[in-house]
Design a protein around this ligand. Structure first.
Ligand SMILES: *[C@@H]1O[C@H](CO)[C@@H](O)[C@H](O)[C@H]1NC(C)=O
Ligand SMILES: *[C@@H]1O[C@H](CO)[C@@H](O)[C@H](O)[C@H]1NC(C)=O
Ligand SMILES: *[C@@H]1O[C@H](CO)[C@@H](O)[C@H](O)[C@H]1NC(C)=O
Ligand SMILES: *[C@@H]1O[C@H](CO)[C@@H](O)[C@H](O)[C@H]1NC(C)=O
Ligand SMILES: *[C@@H]1O[C@H](CO)[C@@H](O)[C@H](O)[C@H]1NC(C)=O
Ligand SMILES: *[C@@H]1O[C@H](CO)[C@@H](O)[C@H](O)[C@H]1NC(C)=O
Ligand SMILES: *[C@@H]1O[C@H](CO)[C@@H](O)[C@H](O)[C@H]1NC(C)=O
Ligand SMILES: *[C@@H]1O[C@H](CO)[C@@H](O)[C@H](O)[C@H]1NC(C)=O
Ligand SMILES: *[C@@H]1O[C@H](CO)[C@@H](O)[C@H](O)[C@H]1NC(C)=O
Ligand SMILES: *[C@@H]1O[C@H](CO)[C@@H](O)[C@H](O)[C@H]1NC(C)=O
Ligand SMILES: *[C@@H]1O[C@H](CO)[C@@H](O)[C@H](O)[C@H]1NC(C)=O
Ligand SMILES: *[C@@H]1O[C@H](CO)[C@@H](O)[C@H](O)[C@H]1NC(C)=O
Ligand SMILES: [Zn+2]
Length: 708
């Protein structure tokens, strides 16, 4: 599709349900701003919050979360423990329960049958490491795919690259037969469930998805770096578990699309959102013989000439195959269950209960550890509750209500957050100001954020109040480091719990610190995402945990405390103009025409309304008029509801935000003006024109809410 989608395919760390999530950049000019100044000047409340963060106690919380199995729906005591800690610090806490469809691994196997009758049987397990206690836990989690299909498949197989639609088109152009074969796909690029979806839609009967060291930058054994646990390179046996739900179609419990999962909720057919062919994940070490058996058959990898096709596994050519007579026998047995999940919720009522700021992190992990994904965020959230507890002890009360959420079952498909939003949608529509998400708080040292435009200004300015320990230095702010390493706020696609909020018109931010190509390799969704890895390689001393926690705390503080809500609706105007230019180029490079004048004119109207809003807000502040300030704050709270459309995007009713959505064939990475852009990409210009009208109308609704 477009250039921005290629960017996230770049090397580097992977987060929760997302890969390189904060770097979904559009072409904004990097703003030239001065570096922040040290010493930082803080007010007394900010200082109380900052001083409360302690790396030793964060380490204690992290240790707790990473030493017991906590796959979705299997650890209620961890949910209760979280609620209890928040309660100790002054939050009114409870568990919200949902009754949802999940599936759990029972048994699986894979065998390669060579044409000469020999066989190779991958173990499908990650090595037990003496140094890393949780890798040998008797209740450690098998390698499997959440929501995968139970079944057997036995057939010749084809290497399909990263399994994007364009990869399959290329294979068809090369004359490779897909029907009835098993797909061997590489991780990276699109969300894994979409790889399986694409294979299934091409008549393939099973899928194996392997990790490839090409995603590890310079930190590989091939380049002389020792592998975990002896060094920072990838342990060659590591396997990426994960969900194969069709994330870009519908997140949440697949049996209750669009409504909450209670015990007596009616249950829908799931075939539109989960696969109907079996799949398994595998390590690069065990994928190597599978790839090697294809060498010499079909088209050799470099000739296929597709982005991300050739990886870095030694001694293989990434040929397409199939190799006549070489087959895979794949078996995947899952236990289907409709079962309870638990969201921990902690609340401090504000003076204005019709203004609510929500902070969320998921708690469930694919492995016993989960030190980065997601429990770096969970540890931070406890420390944040403690910091606000300290502030409450000084007699401070928030102006706005704070809601902390510890989601369950995010990993299967954002289930805990989606069901919660579906339950509380009337309240949220009326009262939600913003949703702040922290999933993988830390998997490396480089700060990153992605946010809706109204949050850009505050999210950048708070960075200037945080000292960011970075590669041994302690004299730079988070802003300085971010500016140098990244410097752009990403666009939200999907892959974490902000999705349901954003698609009901609630502005959101997602944050986390990631590694670059020369940093220790983060073993995403593997047993090696453990406390031992984190304290040895990921964040020794938990100092990055502390810094990002301080950042989230100050961001939350200003959102719930400032008399004038620190949101900037006008930022949408500038960003929508950029999206419009990109759309215009997409259309120019296609074979059709679309008249964008209605969209262009709606953006102009929005900008005029935002200017009026700014003038009214200045007047409210300078005249210190409390009634007027309330009016202005409510406009800032409400305007982005206008960007949603009840019926949702074409073919995916759930996704209602017409400004940004996960790409249909990317899952993680965003498409902007998705109704129009994706219709153009699909070559349906009639539909694209229809969506110009709908998108323009939505922007005008948002403008009307802002207008004074
Ligand atoms: C900010 O500081 C970095 C070094 O820490 C320097 O490279 C950069 O030029 C500075 N930027 C400005 C605008 O002063
Ligand atoms: C739940 O997690 C806690 C903390 O890691 C652990 O002590 C406990 O054993 C886990 N419970 C189950 C049922 O695995
Ligand atoms: C069968 O082929 C595989 C792959 O080429 C080879 O490793 C194996 O030794 C062969 N087995 C026999 C019995 O020739
Ligand atoms: C690897 O390191 C070299 C030399 O430092 C650098 O030029 C290159 O960009 C790095 N490659 C990647 C993929 O990070
Ligand atoms: C590979 O594809 C690119 C872009 O599609 C094209 O410009 C290039 O010529 C191709 N290279 C080969 C060797 O076919
Ligand atoms: C599926 O394959 C497994 C492993 O080979 C075997 O035990 C099982 O009987 C097979 N099931 C069916 C229904 O064929
Ligand atoms: C917070 O406000 C809600 C709604 O008004 C009320 O039901 C609840 O009891 C309040 N909680 C506390 C701790 O005051
Ligand atoms: C931070 O300190 C290091 C050495 O301690 C120094 O080289 C660097 O210039 C300082 N950077 C700033 C932005 O003060
Ligand atoms: C906390 O950070 C300090 C350095 O700032 C370090 O000496 C200490 O070991 C860390 N504590 C833990 C428990 O990691
Ligand atoms: C779209 O691009 C065309 C040229 O292809 C240009 O004439 C037009 O002004 C652009 N429109 C917008 C809204 O950027
Ligand atoms: C446009 O049409 C030409 C000729 O039919 C075709 O070769 C080309 O691939 C098409 N381009 C796009 C972007 O659809
Ligand atoms: C394009 O979209 C329109 C409107 O939804 C639909 O009726 C038509 O069938 C689509 N055309 C194609 C070629 O898919
Ligand atoms: Zn996660």
């Amino acid at each position: 599709m477009r250039s921005l989608l290629i960017l996230i395919a770049a090397i580097g760390a992977q987060a929760c349900q997302r890969e390189r999530s904060f770097r979904n950049h559009h072409r904004h000019a990097k703003r030239q701003e001065n570096n922040a100044t040290i010493p930082i000047v803080l007010d007394a409340n900010e200082q109380t919050l900052i001083d409360s963060f302690d790396n030793a106690s964060i380490s204690t919380w992290s240790y707790y979360y990473t030493h017991g199995a906590h796959v979705a729906g299997q650890n209620k005591s961890m949910a209760q423990w979280t609620a209890d800690r928040w309660a100790e610090y002054g939050f009114t806490s409870r568990l919200d329960e949902y009754y949802v469809y999940l599936n759990y691994p029972v048994s699986h196997s894979l065998q390669l049958n060579y044409a000469n009758g020999s066989t190779y049987t991958p173990s499908l397990v990650e090595a037990v490491l003496e140094e890393d206690d949780v890798t040998s836990y008797p209740n450690r989690i098998p390698t499997f795919h959440g929501y995968s299909f139970s079944g057997n498949a036995s057939a010749e197989y084809v290497y399909v690259g990263r399994g994007q639609q364009v990869d399959f088109k290329r294979l068809q152009a090369l004359g490779v037969e897909l029907e009835g074969k098993i797909a061997l796909a590489k991780y990276g690029g699109p969300f894994r469930g979409l790889k399986v979806k694409n294979a299934q839609e091409h008549g393939m009967i099973g899928a194996i998805i392997f990790t490839d060291p090409i995603d590890d930058g310079n930190v590989t054994e091939a380049k002389g770096v020792a592998a975990y646990p002896n060094g920072p390179a990838r342990n060659p046996t590591s396997v990426q578990r994960g969900s194969v739900q069709f994330l870009s179609i519908y997140p949440g419990d697949p049996t209750t699309p669009g409504y909450v999962s209670k015990e007596d909720s009616p249950r829908a057919d799931t075939s539109l959102s989960v696969p109907s062919i079996p799949s398994l994940p595998i390590s690069w070490l065990e994928a190597q013989p599978l790839l090697r058996a294809l060498d010499g058959y079909g088209t050799v990898g470099r000739t296929v000439n597709r982005t991300g096709w050739v990886g870095a596994i030694p001694d293989v050519t990434y040929s397409t195959g199939p190799a006549p007579g070489a087959t895979l026998s794949l078996s995947n047995v899952m236990e289907d269950k409709t079962t309870w999940i638990w969201d921990a919720i902690g609340i401090i009522n504000g003076t204005n209960q019709d203004e609510v700021v929500i902070v969320g992190n998921h708690r469930d992990a694919w492995v016993v550890g989960g030190a980065a994904d997601p429990n770096s965020g969970s540890a931070v959230l406890i420390e944040l509750a403690k910091a606000f507890g300290k502030l409450l002890e000084t007699g401070w009360k928030p102006t706005r209500t704070i809601v902390l959420c510890s989601w369950d079952a995010e990993e299967y498909g954002l289930v805990g957050s989606t069901e919660w939003v579906e339950e509380y949608i009337p309240w949220l529509t009326n009262a939600a100001v913003s949703y702040l998400n922290i999933d993988v708080a830390v998997s490396g040292p480089i700060p990153g954020i992605a946010a809706s435009p109204d949050l850009h200004t505050i999210s950048r300015s708070i960075m200037k109040k945080i000292i960011w320990p970075y590669r041994g230095t302690t004299n730079r702010t988070m802003y300085d480091v971010w500016e140098e390493e990244d410097g752009e706020v990403g666009v939200l696609g999907s892959g974490s719990d902000y999705t349901s909020f954003l698609h009901r018109g609630i502005g959101a931010i997602d944050m986390g610190a990631e590694g670059g190509p020369d940093d220790p390799v983060y073993h995403y969704h593997s047993n090696y995402d453990s406390y031992h890895w984190m304290s040895t390689f990921g964040d020794p001393g938990f100092i990055t945990h502390k810094a990002i926690g301080q950042y989230l705390a100050l961001l939350l503080y200003h959102l719930v405390n400032d008399a004038s809500l620190p949101l900037e609706p006008a930022n949408y105007g500038a960003d929508m103009k950029t999206y419009l230019e990109e759309l215009n180029e997409t259309i120019a490079s296609s074979n059709g025409t679309v008249d964008l004048s209605a969209l262009s004119s709606a953006i102009t109207t929005f900008e005029a309304s935002a200017a009026q809003f700014n003038a009214l807000r200045s007047f409210a502040i300078s005249s210190n008029n409390a009634e007027l300030l309330k009016v202005v704050n409510h406009k800032a709270r409400d305007f982005s509801r206008g960007f949603t459309s009840q019926g949702g995007l074409p073919g995916r009713e759930f996704f209602q935000n017409l400004i940004f959505a996960p790409g249909m064939d990317t899952g993680y990475a965003p498409a902007t003006f998705p109704g129009i852009t994706e219709s153009v990409t699909a070559g349906n210009f009639t539909l694209a024109q229809e969506w110009v009208g709908k998108t323009a109308r939505a922007i005008l609704v948002a403008a009307a809410i802002l207008k004074t």
